[in-house]
Design a binder for this molecule. Sequence first.
Ligand code: RIB
Length: 298
Amino acid sequence: MKILNFGSLNIDYTYSVGHIVQPGETITSGSLEVFPGGKGLNQSIALARAGADVYHAGLIGKDGIFLRELCRNSGVNTDYIRVVETRTGNAIIQVSEKGENCIILYPGANREQTEEYIDEVMKGFGEGDVLLLQNEINLLDHLISEGAKKGMKIVLNPSPFDEKITACDLTKVSLFMINEVEGEQITGAKDPEQILEKMGTMYPGAETVLTLGDKGSVYANRTERIRQQPVKVKTVDTTAAGDTFTGYYLAAVMEGKDKPQAMKEAAYAAALAVSGKGASSSIPMKKDVDAFMRKAVS
Ligand code: RIB
């Protein structure tokens, strides 16, 4: 079973600030650091560091060739990443002293996908393979319908949520990886249990993993709930914590581990990501996640 992650690759410009800037306010940042990022790239690196056989497809400009190198050096198959004339997508990220962040995305090359490119990549994948998607690239609807036609298992992290998500046929999705905000945007419910109830009614064939920040996470299908307690750490930077959770969860499930174990590994990996700076640079190696879990029980 192979996993194809069709997703964004970004250059993250990360500014450390005392607090997140308010409307009409000008503030001076303490530092600017440039990190590899993008929800797609982060999730592929998390998958690879967790031991999965992951193929990444997506577009970069010439200024983003280092992102492809990083993916390759991290164990991601980069054969499907293409270089186009448009500049690489980027993100302007503020990280506050409390470790909170806010992000402005410039899509750049991430929105240059064509149906021809997608169809060409999809030739390499078939029934039973996993197609992982987020919402930072264009033609998500085409990807979902082509993936479903091939019998691929579609995993969707609908982030950032916007009207492009609602335009897709989400009944074709097998697994939703969502946080509370996305859960409310999809279902209209605020309470986590109601979000899961409504997800089950709207998409009865799908599983949902709902992350709840410092309240942990829950796996749900029509008949089952699995709760994972939060893993407490000092928050340095929450960027890519959700991406790390997604990558580690999927890698564990694809390896045949049971859902409680997959949720646990994902939670510990995400906690380590929160304790480090930057997006992909904070994604831990599997041996460090294992050591962290062992320390927690001893
Ligand atoms: O999920 C974190 C990511 O969101 C960042 O790396 C940034 O590029 C944005 O895509």
